[in-house]
Write a protein that binds this ligand. Sequence first.
Ligand code: C5P
Length: 402
Amino acid sequence: MLENRRILLIVSGGIAAVKAPDLIRRLREHGAKVRCILTKAGEQFVTPMSLAALSGEKVFQDLFSLTDESDMGHINLSREADIILVAPATANMMAKMTHGIADDLATTALLATDKPVMIAPSMNVMMWNHAATQENLKTLQKRGIEIVGPGAGDLACGEVGDGRMAEVADLITALNTFFQTRKQSGPLSGYAALVTSGPTHEPIDPVRYIANRSSGKQGHAIAAALADFGAKVTLVTGPTQEPNPNGVAVVAVETAQQMLEACLAVKPVDIAICAAAVADWRVAQASDGKLKKTNGSTPPALSLAENPDILATLSQAKTDRPKLVIGFAAETENTLENGTAKRTKKGCDWIVANDVSAGFGGDTNTVHLITDQGGDSWPTLSKKAVAERLASQIATHVKQNF
Ligand code: C5P
């Protein structure tokens, strides 16, 4: 369950911070991507250098760092993760979280996040049992913060009792359980979704092909977001460098015709999202052998044939039409108008119209969601955030209409 999960690890200032390097190592062994925030007090126990070396990522420490803010603002930092794990969470950190104090990068990220938060308390037994900490614990639990540990045993201060941070293995188990439970109880659990992604490759001969610059990032992120919401997702993808999303059945294809066949084989589904950049044309007669360049000969003429339109086929199907079909419209001008026209032309329910004048393949997307209610313009977001927002709109629609 941790493969490709993005974990923002906040290391605050307790002796258990020395376990952070081992925690990062184990999380990465499970396939997770770890990014760290180290508090000033945390730095007394573990160095930023060791966390950076083990996570393979820059360690964030300063709320008012100009370079960090331009690179990855504190709001984005808190939202780009799938979960925030505070380990260790000191009594002071728990108190600040309870009262919404945001006086450094860690506490600001915790206040700004829209992501789940898990904490691993670690402190002296008297501090843990203190009425203030116990009250704070109750408040945090009530707000849905996941609490792991603490365990009982010898404490670094020489006393014995509750207050030891949960072991690394227990934290890994807790994270696994968290993702598993969320999937099973997600708003799209019980629904099947089909997502197309990536470019298609249309062969010219056995070694050459016609393609486009689609990275597959947006389609893959949508498949991952729908799976996280509990849907049974099949991703039909053209050739991309993107890793297979967690918990998603992947069918790899090359050409538009193969993509159509794969999509039809996946039906019936409740939801279909066509995010692939399908080639409009294929070479009418791809050569069986490699085309040879001979001196003085004229270059071969490529005659093209039209590819099937997968989105239109799914949208206009007479049988088993998915209840919600969503297409993409990559536009370089008049995005909203062209997207609206495309919705009617293809017969789909929603169109995600995006401006690709800046090019394909980036990590952000500026989109308009066009439905029968009109267009809703979203701010520029990471492709992952676009996918999550789309998945949550789908979940709302499914709840109201299916
Ligand atoms: O017509 P246009 O390529 O602009 O439409 C884009 C939308 O149509 C996208 O959702 C894309 O996945 C889908 N499409 C398709 N099959 C095609 C061409 C486009 O599914 N042959």
